[in-house]
Design a protein around this ligand. Structure first.
Ligand code: F3S
Length: 404
C-alpha cells in the first residue's frame, strides 16, 4: 500500500506501540482488500464496546490499548450491555455489569464519546455527504451511507478502534465511487404508510439482495428519519445491506440513472411479498413483552407512545430503548413520567439484543415495530415475535394480547 509520511511514521512506531499496532491492523486489512492507499476519516462509531459481543478477549484488547493510546478523531460508542445508570434496578447481572463498565471505561479513557447508542446520528454525530468515516453497527452503517451519503465500510470493534487511534482506514469497498452503484432494483408496488411497512420492506430488501446495494423505486412520499432507520436496520439484519438508494429521496439517487450503470434485475415488492414478510412475524394470542426503539427511539417515537398511554396502565412488559440524551429530552417534556406511570420502562444505553437480563423475566412472546428486533428475538431469547405498527404495539400493551 502507498502510505503518506505520517502514516509511515505511525507504522514505524514513532507514535508509540499502540498506534503502531493499530496501523498494522489497518495496513493488513488494506492488503487483504486490495486498497491502494489510506483515507482520512472524520469520525468513528465503535461497535466494540458491548461486553456481550466483545467478551473477555475484547475487553483485554481494549484495556491494553487504553494504556497508551488516545483517539485522534471523534469516536462515538454504540449500544452497550447495561443501562449504566439503572442496571441494578433493572436486574442486570453484577459480574456482567462490572465487566461492561471496565470496557466502557477503557474507551472513555481514550477519549470516546459515551453516547451508548445505535443512533449516533440522532444525538449529534451527523457526517456530511461524501465524508469518509469508520462506523460500526449495521443499522447505523446503513443510515450513514444511505441517508446521509457519507462513506463507511462495515467496521468491527478492532478496526473501528484502529481507525479512531490513527484517523485512517484503508480506501476500499464503499469508500470508492464504483462500489456505491446499485446491484439490484427493488420496485415497490404497495403504499408505505407506517413504520411496520418500512420494516417489512427493509426485511424483504435484505433477504433479496444480501450484501448488495439495492436501488428502491416506487416510494411515493418522502420517508421520515424514523422510516429510514427502520428500513435500514431491517435490511441490514435480514441481509447485510450497508448501502441502499431510494430514488428521489436519498442523496446519491436523485434519479435511477445516477446510481445505476449496468442493467439490473428487477424484483417487485408487492402485496404478496409484503404479506409473506408479515406472516413470518405473526404471533397471536397472549403477548407478554413489547419493544419500541430498535434502532433506539427518537423523541418523536417516545412522544407518540406517551400520548397513546397517557393516564392508562399496560398489562405487558414494555421497553422503550433510547439514547440517554433523548431520554433527557423526554424527561423535560413530561413523557418519561407519563410512560413510567403507565408501566413502561425507558431503557438507556442498551437493548434486548445486547443485554443479558431477559432470561430472568420469562417472557415468551414479543410485539415490536422493528424488523430487526423481530428477526433477532426468536434466536436470542426464544421470543415469538409479531411485527406491528407503533400504535398496534401500544394496543397490545394495553390488552395483553394480539388477535387481529
Ligand atoms: Fe440498536 Fe440494539 Fe436494535 S443496538 S439497532 S436497539 S438490536
Amino acid at each position: 500500500m502507498r502510505l503518506t509520511k505520517e502514516e509511515q511514521k505511525m507504522l514505524n512506531g514513532e507514535y508509540g506501540a499502540t498506534v503502531q499496532k493499530c496501523m498494522k491492523v489497518l495496513v493488513k486489512l488494506g492488503e487483504i482488500y486490495g486498497a491502494e492507499c489510506m483515507v482520512e476519516v472524520k469520525s468513528v462509531h465503535s461497535p466494540g464496546v458491548s461486553y456481550r459481543v466483545a467478551g473477555d478477549a475484547g475487553l483485554g484488547y481494549v484495556v491494553d490499548a487504553s494504556a497508551d493510546a488516545k483517539f485522534k478523531i471523534p469516536c462515538t460508542l454504540n449500544t452497550i450491555g447495561i443501562d449504566e445508570d439503572a442496571w441494578k434496578e433493572i436486574g442486570f447481572d453484577e459480574y456482567f455489569a462490572s465487566q461492561q463498565i471496565k470496557l466502557s471505561d477503557a474507551y472513555k479513557k481514550m477519549g470516546a464519546i459515551p453516547c451508548n447508542t445505535c443512533t449516533p446520528y440522532l444525538v449529534g454525530s451527523i457526517p456530511m455527504q461524501g465524508e469518509h468515516v469508520a462506523w460500526g453497527e449495521s443499522s447505523a452503517i446503513a443510515f450513514v451511507n444511505s441517508v446521509l451519503g457519507a462513506r463507511t465500510n462495515r467496521e468491527g470493534g478492532p478496526t473501528a478502534l484502529a481507525a479512531a487511534v490513527c484517523g485512517r482506514v484503508p480506501k476500499y469497498g464503499l469508500h470508492l465511487d464504483e462500489n456505491r452503484k446499485g446491484t439490484c432494483h427493488i420496485d415497490v408496488q404497495v403504499p408505505l404508510n407506517s413504520d411496520k411497512d418500512y420494516a417489512a420492506l427493509g426485511y424483504f430488501v435484505g433477504s433479496v439482495v444480501g450484501q448488495g446495494v439495492p436501488v428502491i423505486t416506487g416510494v411515493k412520499e418522502r420517508p421520515s428519519i424514523d422510516n429510514f432507520k427502520t428500513l435500514g436496520a431491517a435490511a441490514a439484519s435480514a441481509g447485510a445491506v450497508a448501502l441502499y438508494h431510494v430514488v428521489g429521496f436519498t442523496p446519491e439517487a436523485p434519479t435511477y440513472e445516477a446510481v445505476v450503470n449496468i442493467e439490473l434485475e428487477t424484483v417487485v415488492f408487492g402485496q404478496d411479498e409484503y404479506d409473506k414478510v408479515c406472516s413470518k412475524f405473526a404471533q397471536k394470542g397472549d403477548i407478554d413483552f413489547v419493544v419500541i426503539g430498535c434502532p433506539h427511539a427518537s423523541i418523536l417515537e417516545i412522544e407518540a407512545v406517551a400520548k397513546l398511554l397517557a393516564n392508562k396502565k399496560i398489562k405487558t412488559g414494555f421497553w422503550i430503548c433510547t439514547a440517554r440524551q433523548t431520554k433527557s429530552l423526554a424527561d423535560r417534556m413530561g413523557y418519561t413520567k407519563k410512560l413510567t406511570d403507565a408501566g413502561v420502562e425507558i431503557i438507556c444505553d442498551t437493548c434486548p439484543v445486547l443485554c443479558q437480563t431477559l432470561t430472568q423475566r420469562n417472557y415468551k412472546t414479543i410485539a415490536t415495530n422493528s424488523g430487526k428486533m423481530a428477526h433477532y428475538a426468536p434466536g436470542l431469547w426464544h421470543l415469538q415475535p409479531v411485527l406491528l405498527t407503533l400504535e398496534e404495539c401500544v394496543k397490545v400493551a394495553l390488552e395483553g394480547k394480539w388477535e387481529d
